[in-house]
Design a protein. Structure first.
Lengths: 194, 77
Protein backbone atom coordinates (compact mmCIF):
# COMPACT_ATOMS: atom_id res chain seq x y z
CA UNK A 1 0.00 0.00 0.00
CA UNK A 2 2.66 2.43 1.10
CA UNK A 3 4.54 1.97 -2.14
CA UNK A 4 1.54 1.76 -4.42
CA UNK A 5 0.03 5.10 -3.34
CA UNK A 6 2.54 7.52 -4.83
CA UNK A 7 2.44 5.57 -8.07
CA UNK A 8 -1.36 5.83 -8.28
CA UNK A 9 -1.33 9.46 -7.25
CA UNK A 10 1.25 10.40 -9.84
CA UNK A 11 -1.09 10.88 -12.82
CA UNK A 12 -3.66 12.68 -10.68
CA UNK A 13 -1.07 15.08 -9.29
CA UNK A 14 0.32 15.71 -12.76
CA UNK A 15 -3.17 16.39 -14.14
CA UNK A 16 -3.88 18.79 -11.30
CA UNK A 17 -0.61 20.60 -11.90
CA UNK A 18 -1.51 20.98 -15.56
CA UNK A 19 -4.97 22.29 -14.69
CA UNK A 20 -3.43 24.76 -12.33
CA UNK A 21 -0.93 26.02 -14.88
CA UNK A 22 -3.70 26.39 -17.43
CA UNK A 23 -5.87 28.27 -14.93
CA UNK A 24 -3.03 30.65 -14.09
CA UNK A 25 -2.26 31.31 -17.72
CA UNK A 26 -5.88 31.99 -18.59
CA UNK A 27 -6.26 34.29 -15.58
CA UNK A 28 -3.08 36.22 -16.44
CA UNK A 29 -4.24 36.65 -20.03
CA UNK A 30 -7.24 38.59 -18.62
CA UNK A 31 -5.16 40.83 -16.34
CA UNK A 32 -5.30 43.86 -18.60
CA UNK A 33 -9.09 43.68 -18.86
CA UNK A 34 -9.40 43.16 -15.11
CA UNK A 35 -7.15 46.16 -14.48
CA UNK A 36 -9.21 48.42 -16.77
CA UNK A 37 -12.30 47.76 -14.71
CA UNK A 38 -10.42 48.04 -11.41
CA UNK A 39 -8.93 51.36 -12.44
CA UNK A 40 -12.38 52.93 -12.76
CA UNK A 41 -13.79 51.37 -9.61
CA UNK A 42 -11.23 53.10 -7.39
CA UNK A 43 -9.77 56.59 -7.38
CA UNK A 44 -6.05 56.10 -7.86
CA UNK A 45 -3.71 53.97 -9.94
CA UNK A 46 -2.02 52.68 -6.78
CA UNK A 47 -5.33 51.47 -5.34
CA UNK A 48 -6.15 49.77 -8.62
CA UNK A 49 -2.78 48.00 -8.70
CA UNK A 50 -3.13 46.82 -5.08
CA UNK A 51 -6.63 45.61 -5.75
CA UNK A 52 -5.60 43.64 -8.83
CA UNK A 53 -2.64 42.10 -6.99
CA UNK A 54 -4.84 41.06 -4.06
CA UNK A 55 -7.36 39.64 -6.52
CA UNK A 56 -4.80 37.51 -8.31
CA UNK A 57 -3.27 36.43 -5.00
CA UNK A 58 -6.65 35.17 -3.88
CA UNK A 59 -7.53 33.71 -7.28
CA UNK A 60 -4.29 31.71 -7.44
CA UNK A 61 -4.90 30.36 -3.94
CA UNK A 62 -8.51 29.39 -4.54
CA UNK A 63 -8.24 28.30 -8.17
CA UNK A 64 -9.96 24.99 -7.36
CA UNK A 65 -13.24 26.78 -6.71
CA UNK A 66 -13.35 28.02 -10.31
CA UNK A 67 -15.44 25.80 -12.59
CA UNK A 68 -13.62 25.37 -15.92
CA UNK A 69 -15.70 26.50 -18.88
CA UNK A 70 -17.50 29.23 -16.95
CA UNK A 71 -16.76 32.95 -17.33
CA UNK A 72 -13.31 33.38 -15.78
CA UNK A 73 -13.29 37.16 -16.23
CA UNK A 74 -16.56 37.42 -14.26
CA UNK A 75 -15.14 35.08 -11.61
CA UNK A 76 -12.07 37.31 -11.18
CA UNK A 77 -14.19 40.46 -11.06
CA UNK A 78 -16.38 38.91 -8.40
CA UNK A 79 -13.29 38.45 -6.21
CA UNK A 80 -12.17 41.98 -7.02
CA UNK A 81 -15.45 43.71 -6.20
CA UNK A 82 -15.72 41.76 -2.93
CA UNK A 83 -12.19 42.77 -1.95
CA UNK A 84 -13.02 46.35 -2.84
CA UNK A 85 -16.05 46.24 -0.56
CA UNK A 86 -14.01 44.62 2.23
CA UNK A 87 -11.59 47.49 2.08
CA UNK A 88 -14.35 49.65 3.50
CA UNK A 89 -14.43 52.21 0.78
CA UNK A 90 -15.39 55.69 1.80
CA UNK A 91 -19.00 56.34 2.61
CA UNK A 92 -20.71 58.61 0.13
CA UNK A 93 -24.10 60.17 -0.18
CA UNK A 94 -26.80 57.57 -0.31
CA UNK A 95 -27.61 57.30 -4.01
CA UNK A 96 -31.35 57.12 -3.50
CA UNK A 97 -31.41 60.46 -1.69
CA UNK A 98 -30.62 62.22 -4.92
CA UNK A 99 -33.54 62.79 -7.19
CA UNK A 100 -32.70 62.10 -10.81
CA UNK A 101 -35.29 63.99 -12.74
CA UNK A 102 -33.61 64.13 -16.08
CA UNK A 103 -34.04 61.41 -18.66
CA UNK A 104 -31.66 59.34 -20.76
CA UNK A 105 -31.67 61.95 -23.49
CA UNK A 106 -30.74 64.77 -21.14
CA UNK A 107 -27.19 65.29 -22.40
CA UNK A 108 -28.23 64.91 -26.04
CA UNK A 109 -31.09 67.36 -25.59
CA UNK A 110 -28.93 69.89 -23.77
CA UNK A 111 -26.35 69.80 -26.53
CA UNK A 112 -29.00 69.99 -29.25
CA UNK A 113 -30.65 72.94 -27.53
CA UNK A 114 -27.38 74.81 -27.22
CA UNK A 115 -25.90 74.05 -30.62
CA UNK A 116 -28.56 72.50 -32.80
CA UNK A 117 -29.11 68.87 -33.78
CA UNK A 118 -25.70 68.71 -35.51
CA UNK A 119 -24.13 68.81 -32.05
CA UNK A 120 -25.15 65.15 -31.77
CA UNK A 121 -22.79 64.00 -34.51
CA UNK A 122 -20.00 61.77 -33.34
CA UNK A 123 -17.09 64.16 -33.87
CA UNK A 124 -18.91 66.90 -32.00
CA UNK A 125 -19.35 64.62 -28.99
CA UNK A 126 -15.60 64.03 -28.89
CA UNK A 127 -14.94 67.73 -29.38
CA UNK A 128 -17.22 68.80 -26.54
CA UNK A 129 -16.24 66.30 -23.87
CA UNK A 130 -12.69 66.05 -22.61
CA UNK A 131 -11.10 62.87 -21.31
CA UNK A 132 -10.81 64.47 -17.87
CA UNK A 133 -14.48 65.33 -17.75
CA UNK A 134 -15.43 61.73 -18.45
CA UNK A 135 -13.03 60.28 -15.92
CA UNK A 136 -14.13 62.82 -13.30
CA UNK A 137 -17.82 62.29 -13.99
CA UNK A 138 -17.38 58.53 -13.63
CA UNK A 139 -15.48 58.81 -10.36
CA UNK A 140 -18.05 61.23 -8.96
CA UNK A 141 -20.83 58.64 -9.20
CA UNK A 142 -22.01 57.08 -5.94
CA UNK A 143 -20.22 53.72 -5.53
CA UNK A 144 -23.21 51.46 -6.11
CA UNK A 145 -23.97 53.21 -9.38
CA UNK A 146 -20.35 53.40 -10.40
CA UNK A 147 -19.79 49.65 -9.91
CA UNK A 148 -22.65 48.83 -12.24
CA UNK A 149 -21.85 51.43 -14.90
CA UNK A 150 -18.17 50.43 -14.94
CA UNK A 151 -18.94 46.70 -15.21
CA UNK A 152 -21.46 47.10 -18.02
CA UNK A 153 -20.14 50.09 -19.95
CA UNK A 154 -16.41 49.61 -19.53
CA UNK A 155 -16.14 45.91 -18.69
CA UNK A 156 -18.85 45.09 -21.27
CA UNK A 157 -20.50 42.56 -18.99
CA UNK A 158 -24.09 41.51 -19.54
CA UNK A 159 -26.72 42.48 -16.97
CA UNK A 160 -26.72 38.84 -15.80
CA UNK A 161 -22.95 38.76 -15.32
CA UNK A 162 -22.98 42.10 -13.51
CA UNK A 163 -25.73 40.76 -11.22
CA UNK A 164 -23.64 37.71 -10.42
CA UNK A 165 -20.46 39.68 -9.85
CA UNK A 166 -22.12 42.17 -7.51
CA UNK A 167 -24.43 39.57 -5.96
CA UNK A 168 -27.54 41.66 -6.54
CA UNK A 169 -30.75 40.91 -8.48
CA UNK A 170 -30.75 41.68 -12.19
CA UNK A 171 -33.52 44.26 -11.69
CA UNK A 172 -31.22 46.14 -9.30
CA UNK A 173 -28.46 46.09 -11.92
CA UNK A 174 -30.87 47.63 -14.40
CA UNK A 175 -32.11 50.35 -12.09
CA UNK A 176 -28.60 51.26 -10.87
CA UNK A 177 -27.32 51.30 -14.40
CA UNK A 178 -30.18 53.44 -15.51
CA UNK A 179 -29.79 55.95 -12.71
CA UNK A 180 -25.99 55.87 -12.88
CA UNK A 181 -25.96 56.67 -16.59
CA UNK A 182 -28.46 59.47 -16.13
CA UNK A 183 -26.30 60.99 -13.39
CA UNK A 184 -23.22 60.61 -15.56
CA UNK A 185 -24.93 62.45 -18.39
CA UNK A 186 -26.10 65.21 -16.08
CA UNK A 187 -22.52 65.77 -14.95
CA UNK A 188 -21.20 65.69 -18.51
CA UNK A 189 -23.88 68.15 -19.59
CA UNK A 190 -22.55 70.67 -17.12
CA UNK A 191 -19.31 70.76 -19.08
CA UNK A 192 -20.62 70.19 -22.58
CA UNK A 193 -22.90 73.21 -22.66
CA UNK A 194 -20.93 75.57 -20.45
CA UNK B 1 -38.60 72.19 -23.89
CA UNK B 2 -35.99 69.64 -22.90
CA UNK B 3 -38.48 66.83 -23.23
CA UNK B 4 -38.85 65.32 -26.63
CA UNK B 5 -41.84 63.51 -28.02
CA UNK B 6 -40.44 60.08 -27.17
CA UNK B 7 -39.71 59.90 -23.45
CA UNK B 8 -41.43 56.52 -23.30
CA UNK B 9 -38.93 55.03 -25.76
CA UNK B 10 -35.85 55.97 -23.80
CA UNK B 11 -35.74 52.90 -21.63
CA UNK B 12 -36.33 50.56 -24.53
CA UNK B 13 -33.42 52.10 -26.39
CA UNK B 14 -31.06 51.66 -23.43
CA UNK B 15 -31.83 47.95 -23.44
CA UNK B 16 -31.41 47.89 -27.20
CA UNK B 17 -28.02 49.52 -26.88
CA UNK B 18 -27.02 46.89 -24.30
CA UNK B 19 -28.39 44.04 -26.46
CA UNK B 20 -30.55 42.95 -23.57
CA UNK B 21 -34.01 43.03 -25.18
CA UNK B 22 -36.25 40.14 -26.11
CA UNK B 23 -36.86 39.49 -29.82
CA UNK B 24 -40.23 41.23 -29.63
CA UNK B 25 -38.72 44.27 -27.95
CA UNK B 26 -35.90 44.36 -30.52
CA UNK B 27 -38.46 44.56 -33.35
CA UNK B 28 -40.35 47.24 -31.44
CA UNK B 29 -37.17 49.26 -30.94
CA UNK B 30 -36.06 48.85 -34.54
CA UNK B 31 -39.36 49.79 -36.09
CA UNK B 32 -39.47 52.82 -33.82
CA UNK B 33 -35.94 53.85 -34.82
CA UNK B 34 -36.90 53.47 -38.48
CA UNK B 35 -39.80 55.83 -38.14
CA UNK B 36 -38.60 58.37 -35.56
CA UNK B 37 -35.90 60.80 -36.59
CA UNK B 38 -35.68 62.29 -33.10
CA UNK B 39 -34.92 58.94 -31.42
CA UNK B 40 -32.66 57.74 -34.22
CA UNK B 41 -30.42 60.77 -33.75
CA UNK B 42 -30.37 60.32 -30.01
CA UNK B 43 -29.74 56.63 -30.30
CA UNK B 44 -26.70 57.30 -32.53
CA UNK B 45 -25.57 59.87 -30.01
CA UNK B 46 -25.86 57.31 -27.19
CA UNK B 47 -23.83 54.80 -29.22
CA UNK B 48 -21.03 57.26 -29.87
CA UNK B 49 -21.08 58.49 -26.28
CA UNK B 50 -20.79 54.91 -25.01
CA UNK B 51 -17.86 54.18 -27.31
CA UNK B 52 -16.20 57.40 -26.34
CA UNK B 53 -16.58 56.76 -22.60
CA UNK B 54 -15.21 53.25 -23.11
CA UNK B 55 -12.08 54.33 -24.98
CA UNK B 56 -11.50 57.38 -22.80
CA UNK B 57 -11.80 55.53 -19.53
CA UNK B 58 -9.61 52.65 -20.63
CA UNK B 59 -6.19 52.80 -19.05
CA UNK B 60 -3.72 50.08 -19.88
CA UNK B 61 -2.21 48.03 -17.14
CA UNK B 62 1.32 49.14 -16.19
CA UNK B 63 3.82 46.47 -17.38
CA UNK B 64 5.37 46.21 -13.90
CA UNK B 65 2.05 45.03 -12.55
CA UNK B 66 2.05 42.09 -14.93
CA UNK B 67 5.46 41.11 -13.59
CA UNK B 68 4.16 41.27 -10.03
CA UNK B 69 1.16 39.12 -10.92
CA UNK B 70 3.40 36.55 -12.60
CA UNK B 71 5.50 36.42 -9.46
CA UNK B 72 2.42 35.73 -7.38
CA UNK B 73 1.89 32.75 -9.60
CA UNK B 74 5.34 31.20 -9.33
CA UNK B 75 5.37 31.83 -5.58
CA UNK B 76 2.20 29.80 -5.22
CA UNK B 77 3.23 27.00 -7.57
Amino acid sequence: MGEAEPENDGPRIAAEARDRVRFEEEALALADQVYRVARRLVSTREEAEDLVQDTYGRAFRSWRSYTPGTNLRAWLLRILTNLNLDRGRKVQRTPDMQPIEEGDYYLANKMAEAQGEQALDQDRVVEKLSQDSIVNALSSLPHDFRDTVVLVDIGEFSYADAAQILDIPIGTVMSRLHRGRRLLKQRLAEEAVS
Amino acid sequence: MSHGPCDACEELLQGYLDRELTDTEVSQAESHLDSCDYCRRRYRFEVSLRQYVQTTAAERMPPELMEKLTQLRSAGA
